[in-house]
Design a protein around this ligand. Sequence first.
Ligand code: FES
Length: 213
Amino acid sequence: MNRDQLARIAVGDDERGGVSRRAFIKGSGAAAAATAIAQGAIVMADEAPTSTAVVGPEATAITMTVNGRQRTVSAEPRATLLEVLRTQLDLTGAKPVSSDGSSGASTVWLDEKPVSASTTLAIECEGKSVRTVETLGGVKPDPVVSAFAAHDAMQCGFCTPGFVVAVRAFLDKNPTASEDEIRAGLNGNLCRCGTYANVIAAALDVVKGGSNG
Ligand code: FES
């Protein structure tokens, strides 16, 4: 089917070559395409890759690995990863501080790369691996968590989970980072309470392998 044929269907050109609109749509399998046009989501079936699938706006199943466990959620395509983590998977470590990701408070790992969960769509995570700050806690917490506690690197705590993930991710790549490098490496995270000095001290403590490292 070409664009002209689809356009005729969309504008109600009922008869073409003796074939009624109803029979034409039924016989050609174009009902989905006509619906897509009506909804503004034009998909040319003849031109699109066979793997193209139109999902939404209703909720759809999304399967991802979260903290080492395969999870399937039902979420609208517009739902963010942060919303799904917090409201469906009860993982509330990552915080909804800024919807544009500028605070860094929702930092999580996606396929082991730090990303902002508030600007990542859940549907983008289909088949991928998500790791959250919760994996750094427990009976034997990650040294970064211990260092934050030892250096009192928090006040209200809203930025803290994002900072902890950011520090862990940065030090994994830069295990011998200097203070200046740590400051530069953490410039994507904001703290409204101004705990920066203690956050940097905690990160340096881990680098130096101090009592908390
Ligand atoms: S401790 Fe309050 S925003 Fe950082």
